[in-house]
Design a binder for this molecule. Sequence first.
Ligand SMILES: [Zn+2]
Ligand SMILES: [Zn+2]
Length: 325
Amino acid sequence: MKGTVLYAPGDVRFEERPEPKIINPTDAIVRISVTCVCGSDLWPYRGANPITQPTPMGHEYCGIVEEVGSAVKAVRPGQFVIGSFATSDNTCPHCRYGYQSSCEHREWITTAQAPQLRVPLADGTLVATPDVPPDEMLPSMLALSDVMGTGWFAAYAANVKPGGTVVVVGDGAVGLLGVLSARQMGAGQIIAMSRHESRQKLAREFGATDIVAERGIGADSVLECVGTPESMMQAIGSTRPGGHIGYVGVPHGVELKGEKLFYTHVHLHGGPAPVRRFLPELIDLVWKGKINPGKVFDLTLPLDQVAEGYRAMDERRAIKALLRP
Ligand SMILES: [Zn+2]
Ligand SMILES: [Zn+2]
């Protein structure tokens, strides 16, 4: 099998990799239908995270269960499944509180830009769809594996309420799906911050009522979907006293001054999204055609051209690249 490996900043290779095998009785092997490049993959691609050795890539996936370990009961070969980038037993206390991405037995999925994937803790991690979805639904199902679940968590963590005002910082896939999530949760005014025409258009399609390039002041709910010091300060500056910030951009160099934060009166809630918590509800919304988060994929490539997917996203020629094995 061939899979994606990052050797150095800007150096993505599609090369021979060992085929995944069942290691623990709780594992499943999934034949990947579609996978993709994540905005967070661009951090190491751009050299923001040190790469000490060739690193397999990919954590967003959906596909058909090919094989399960002897202890797996909830999914079976032939089913179409989606899982989060964080595995979870779905039974420990953190999981039961809905924070499956902090599961006591969590492992990160790191090799999904490949035709096959081993998923640990299959029973708790994977959720099967009612049937194998039609081809045109695959991008939306794939989006649930991370970006849609993360945008949804951002809106949840920012306490989006019917009629409330919402600011979304970041016009990447997660920010755009944060707009969709806020709309779905009944927000009144949704202000998307973007300077890019194609992204502004999609933000409007997903439910943004206003597009601005600079921050306004005083929203009830602010979704921080980038992870830089600038975006975090933008988010804090856009929140009213007593308002809520949901932050899901993986922080790089973000440092908050305690005293400054103290006087803002904002609520902060964020982290790696517990996507697993939302999967059943989001699968239902996609299955019934109520949301179409797959629209964030504006580039589709065969998996063996994965390096071009990274390049296109790095140069912001593409919002998000879908890869077909
Ligand atoms: Zn991701
Ligand atoms: Zn757990």
